[in-house]
Write a protein that binds this ligand. Structure first.
Ligand SMILES: *[C@@H]1O[C@H](CO)[C@@H](O)[C@H](O)[C@H]1NC(C)=O
Ligand SMILES: *[C@@H]1O[C@H](CO)[C@@H](O)[C@H](O)[C@H]1NC(C)=O
Ligand SMILES: [Zn+2]
Length: 991
């Protein structure tokens, strides 16, 4: 999204006069000569860079286009140039036009970034056009930068989905162009703040450097003064440097051209009028303005190389306009060298610019925190999108879990899993839908409503196709071809099968590499059921009257039982209706004073019905804990300090004190037969806010299932709903959040680690992205909250942690989306209702990670339930595990996916930081040959994190492509150190 900002418009009067004098000598040039076609070279990458001049200021002009993979239009509308009434943008024409223009002058350069678009274009090209493009790539004239399927959002994406989307983009580039298609530079020019974990991932993907455009305006000013717009980002506190070190450069002007130098068809800047016989000859003026800007820009960077991004959103649709003027600019500016000018302009790319910075052999400031939150002005904190579109954020997270299950089952089920109407393509649709959803206007929630609907529809289509694969695979593994039924609406207690069937089976597939135990809740209409596990053993189950869930579904009761599922495997439970049994547990008015299981005790305030304390019975620790719901009144922009309203991007409450929704909760308690299974307290705060507090029998976490919406707006006020946990934990303005679901960062109120913050928004300026967890702690107690999606949150008061759950706003926040964030749909015409869970655990700080790491992974990779109606055939295999044994607790199986016919991609991850746990922050060794129960591992080779380069070829400045063969390694043991992810290509055969 375009946001103009101008940093280099101050002209030095002396330089101006000198430039005028020099230029008047030069105004007699008659025609503009183009260089002749030079000989064809086959160098790409760093070797194909244009020469620079060591004693001059070298200005690297980088022609580029920023193509959002969906924002105001859908990804396909952008590709085709459809719906130009919404925004004039057509990526297919951009690529057509740029290729034509590159062919006209071999000096010209272009970078392309978003593989989702390039792939769409490439597959419609003739083979001769493809040949031509390959030639351009081989000569470094067209260079891929970043190269993921999209340019991911950094605040709200989970690392697992980011790695996947990078992998499919980079794989396409490698397979299409080989080594010359491998991007050397990560390029996140638009995301609204930058996560440390993204930098860590980019380093491990083999990028040599990273450039971005947006950072806090105060941070930018400090860095300009101190010449620290180039830095070394040490992006992990656990990985040994330089594994997660990444050179990072901040672009001078967002990603726009300098003021006055935009020559796209969408711009109004004057073209270079260089025929002195015609009117309005302006070469002197253009050259002078350019020299002034270049010299000014050079004062805030360290070397004699500077970059100018010559392009912007969806530019270059008519690339001739840009290139014709850039050719002239380079010619006329460099011609001044004959008159003593010390400025040298050249066509360049981010990697060529990076190479020069690298050659300068300087030292750079070290950065170990991140670039959140992002503010572009005193009252404009981009912290609203951490929560915007909470339903889409959750759907994206569930979709990731489903995709991982789909990928694993494709491997475990073998070729039989791929037999279906879509051939080999069953998991591809879902992979691409998930990749598109990582875009910085997708899961971020900053797109128009129709585009949000498009992302969700793509995910739903992808899941439909994956279901075919999952069914095939489970049929192959279980030996039963009974029809598999999926209940995708269990979150709103809707499942037609369980509501009507007298006998059915449920298979629980667990995508984690260790066994999980969890409750299953099914909507039913019977009052008594018998449940048996895979060994035929009876399982305790409980029927209770269903919580009133508005008008969705027809079930009156809910059946609950515990299931256990083996690592990377399933277990099947059968459920049958009984004629007689105990009456369903019903709700009794009022809250109990206490509920407890063997690990936790939870108390409620008898007067208010709110939570009042939480105790860990094993460690004998106890805290006061009050939880309630509040809403911030969204600023409408009518404000003395600033006219910035709250919107899809920006969070701007018009008061720092939120309104309490209700001081007391109306409560009900479910009187259960089996308190060791689950205890449940239901709370109502308003017709639009309710919560179920659940304590499961063998859980160390308290579940808070919140339901919020439709947010009332008939009072004309936009609302941003939070829940706040106020505790007796003694914090001093510090809390912790995770970065993209991985490493944890410390956050301090009104403080930034690398500059003196002038705080101007006491709430919004203290909000941070919470991807999967946040915590507060003192020396004794740590309260961790695991979330089920990305949300924004902060610790505004000591001992307190607040999380924003839902927002409904009446004004656009003027960052381009041009719609208020006011979500409604056909089935929710009065406004979206959103439901989610927070999982709370209380532990001593020294062991808290041992609890929250696995808990968070369980939420991210949740079991998948599939159903079959009636009796299963007697020789059905009711239980299966794809692993020989569970992996050690420190190891997470991040990826298992079919790569090609005979090989699979495996990622194993050490999921603890080096300082986090006495027990788990130790290196662990895994034997790859003894991993799988049904696959023989015949060969292995290690890759970089994004699987587009062999590990032993990483970080080579000059590289020669080397064909790899699978080797039988001398040892199959691989060791993982804290926070390490190792990526392997395994050649396998089904046993
Ligand atoms: C880089 O700088 C260091 C001193 O900081 C020097 O020792 C080294 O020789 C330089 N390397 C090159 C290639 O110039
Ligand atoms: C890159 O693609 C080439 C084919 O273009 C293939 O031979 C090679 O194995 C790929 N490299 C990796 C790391 O997958
Ligand atoms: Zn963008």
């Amino acid at each position: 999204m375009i946001r103009a900002s101008f940093f280099f418009s101050n002209m030095a009067a002396g330089a101006l006069q000198l430039a005028v004098a020099l230029l008047s000598l030069f105004s007699a040039v008659l025609s503009f000569p183009l260089g002749p076609e030079t000989k064809h070279t086959t160098t790409c990458g760093y070797e194909s860079c244009h020469a620079t001049k060591p004693n001059m200021l070298n200005v690297h002009l980088v022609p580029h286009t920023h193509d959002d993979v969906g924002w105001l239009k859908t990804v396909d509308q952008y590709f085709y140039g459809d719906r130009n009434d919404i925004q004039h943008a057509g990526v297919q024409y951009i690529l057509d036009s740029v290729v034509d223009q590159l062919l006209k002058n071999p000096d010209r350069r272009f970078i392309y970034v978003e593989t989702a678009f390039f792939y769409r274009w490439w597959k419609r090209q003739s083979s001769s056009a493809q040949q031509t493009v390959k030639q351009l790539v081989n000569e470094g004239r067209l260079e891929f930068v970043n190269g993921g399927w999209c340019m991911s959002d950094e605040a709200t994406t989970h690392y697992s989905a980011v790695i996947d989307q990078m992998t499919i983009g980079l794989r396409f580039l490698n397979e299409t162009f080989g080594a010359c298609g491998r991007p050397r530079v990560a390029w996140h020019i638009d995301p609204f703040g930058h996560a440390r974990e993204h930098a860590s991932m980019f380093a491990q993907m083999g990028y040599d450097g990273f450039f971005f455009g947006r950072l806090d305006y105060q941070d930018r000013m400090h860095r300009m003064v101190q010449k620290e717009q180039e830095l070394l980002w040490r992006a992990s506190d656990s990985l040994t440097p330089p594994t997660a070190d990444l050179f990072t450069g901040i672009l001078p002007n967002g990603y726009n051209p300098p003021e006055g130098f935009c020559w796209d068809q969408s711009c109004d800047d004057p073209p270079i009028r260089d025929d002195p016989d015609l009117e309005d000859y302006n070469v002197d003026d253009v050259v002078m303005r350019f020299l002034t800007i270049a010299n000014s820009q050079a004062t805030v960077y360290k070397t004699n190389h500077i970059i100018m991004t010559m392009g912007s959103d969806f530019q270059y649709e008519n690339a001739n306009l840009w290139y014709k003027n850039l050719d002239k600019l380079i010619h006329y500016v460099n011609a001044q060298q004959a008159n003593g000018s010390k400025v040298n302009v050249l066509y360049s790319t981010p990697s060529c610019y990076l190479q020069e910075l690298h050659r300068a052999n300087l030292t750079w400031a070290l950065k170990t925190d991140d670039f959140f939150p992002y503010a572009d002005s005193a009252h404009d904190f981009w912290t609203g999108y951490f929560t915007s579109r909470p339903a889409l954020k959750r759907y994206e997270r569930i979709s990731n879990s489903n995709l991982q299950t789909c990928n694993q089952l494709e491997v475990l089920g073998g070729p039989a899993s791929r037999q279906g109407p879509f051939g080999e393509g069953e998991s591809q649709t879902m992979k691409k839908a998930m990749a598109v959803a990582q875009h910085h206007d997708a899961v971020s929630g900053t797109e128009k409503q129709h585009v949000a609907n498009d992302y969700a529809r793509r995910l739903a289509n992808g899941w439909q196709r994956c279901q075919v694969l999952v069914s095939n695979s489970l049929a192959a593994l279980s030996g039963s071809s009974a029809k598999r039924i999926y209940c995708d609406n269990l979150n709103i207690s809707v499942c037609p099968l369980t509501e009507s069937s007298k006998k059915f089976s449920v298979s629980v597939y667990n995508p984690l590499a260790r066994p999980v135990t969890r409750p299953v809740r099914l909507p039913v209409n019977g009052t008594a059921y018998a449940v048996s596990d895979a060994n035929g053993k009876a399982v305790d189950c409980q029927v209770s009257t269903r919580e009133v869930r508005r008008n969705r579904g027809f079930a009156v009761n809910e059946l609950v039982f515990q299931v256990q599922a083996p690592p990377l495997g399933y277990s099947t439970y059968s459920v049958s209706l009984r004629q007689a049994g105990p009456r369903p547990a019903s709700a009794q008015p009022g809250a109990p004073t206490v509920i407890q299981n063997k690990f936790l005790r939870v108390t409620f305030d008898p007067d208010t019905g709110l939570l009042s304390s939480l105790s860990n019975l094993e460690t004998k620790q106890s805290i006061k804990l009050t939880q309630n719901f509040y809403w911030y009144n969204a600023s409408d922009g009518n404000n003395l300090e600033s006219n910035q309203p709250s919107g899809a991007y920006i969070f701007r409450p018009n008061s720092s004190t939120p309104f309490v929704i209700s001081r007391t909760a109306k409560t009900e308690t479910i009187q259960v037969q089996f308190p060791h299974m689950v205890q449940e307290v239901r709370q109502w705060f308003a017709p639009w806010v309710s919560q179920v507090v659940r304590l499961h029998g063998d859980s160390r976490a308290l579940e808070l299932e919140w339901t919020v919406g439709p947010l009332p707006i008939d009072d004309g006020l936009g609302k941003e709903v939070i829940t706040r946990l106020d505790t007796s934990i003694k914090t001093s303005e510090i809390f912790y959040t995770d970065s993209n679901g991985r490493e944890v960062l410390q956050r301090k109120k009104d403080f930034r680690p690398t500059w003196n913050l002038m705080q101007s928004e006491p709430i919004a300026g203290n909000y941070y992205p919470i991807n999967s967890r946040a915590f507060i702690k003192d020396d004794v107690d740590q309260l961790t909250v695991v979330t089920d999606r990305s949300q924004g949150g902060g610790s505004i008061h000591n001992g307190s942690l607040e999380i924003m759950l839902h927002r409904r706003l009446l004004y656009d926040d003027v960052r381009g989306v041009a719609e208020p964030l006011n979500e409604t749909s056909n089935i929710f015409p009065e406004g979206l209702v959103v439901r989610g869970r927070l999982l709370l655990s209380l532990d001593p700080p020294s062991v808290a990670a041992d609890a929250h790491r696995p808990l968070a992974q369980e939420v991210v990779m949740q079991p998948l339930l599939t159903f079959t109606n009636g009796d299963l055939s007697p020789n059905t295999r009711l239980e299966f595990s794809g692993l020989q044994a569970a992996l050690p607790p420190a190891v997470h199986l991040l990826t298992l996916t079919q790569w090609d016919k005979d090989s699979v991609l495996l990622r194993l991850e050490h999921q603890f930081q080096s300082w986090e746990s006495k027990v788990n922050s130790q290196p662990v060794t895994v034997n790859l040959q003894k991993l799988f129960s049904t696959l023989d591992v015949l060969g292995m080779s290690e890759l970089n994190l994004s699987a587009n380069q062999w590990k032993d070829e990483m970080m080579r400045f000059k590289e020669k492509p080397l064909l790899k063969t699978f080797q039988d390694p001398s040892t199959w043991e691989v060791t993982l150190r804290p926070m390490e992810i190792r990526t392997f290509l395994l050649r396998v055969s089904l046993r």
